[in-house]
Ligand binder design. Sequence first.
Ligand code: IYR
Length: 235
Amino acid sequence: MVATAWQDARGVSLKEDGFIALDWDELPESEMHERAISLYQQMDSRRTTRHFSQRPVSRKLIESAILSGSTAPSGAHLQPWTFVAVSNSEIKAKMREAAEIEEKKTYSERMPEAWQEVLAPLGTDAVKQHMTDAPWIVVLFRQTKRLRSNGESGPTYYSTESCGIAAGMFIHAIHNMGLVTLTHTPSPMGFLRDILNRPAHEHAMLVMPVGYPAEDAEVPDISRKELQDIAIFIE
Ligand code: IYR
């Protein structure tokens, strides 16, 4: 291979223009199909449960799930997320107490009937035992601002989309390592910024208890939509 301004004699890209060669290997088509189906089956076996064991989980596992979540694509590659992982029992108890105060109001006063009817099959209520049972509570904060190199503050872009994708990847990583999680959205969740000491430009977006399922853990008997109900192909 002839060396160019961007490649050395072995074809390895140099960083002069800020770009490097994509590291990508083509797979045989049969293997692509095998991988596609096996990933789908593995993801389809994931269930959201509200019943957690108190059994401890190593911090290393949580760190690696956060790193997996943080591989998500993000607007302008700003990675506008902060994952706050809490195992401290007092902080978890404080979060539970504050969440239950809000959720009691949500369930008894704020939730319209159209909302109640779709939640009924899921068996949710204002008691948030998972917040003290699960060994880790991971709170995903969405950053709405960033620090520019000139010291000023600038906006982030598509932070909701970016954090949603990061959350999905985190959830998959947790499932893949054999643990369970729940996407809990106490509403409103401003109390999390205060309890967890986060700055004003960070907004709590999702609360994800992580751990082993309780021995008697249950899940609602529900199924996922079929392909024809979620996709349209225009060929
Ligand atoms: N935030 C409440 C209510 C709730 C809302 C939806 I949409 C859910 O899918 C589940 C619960 C709660 O966490 O209980």
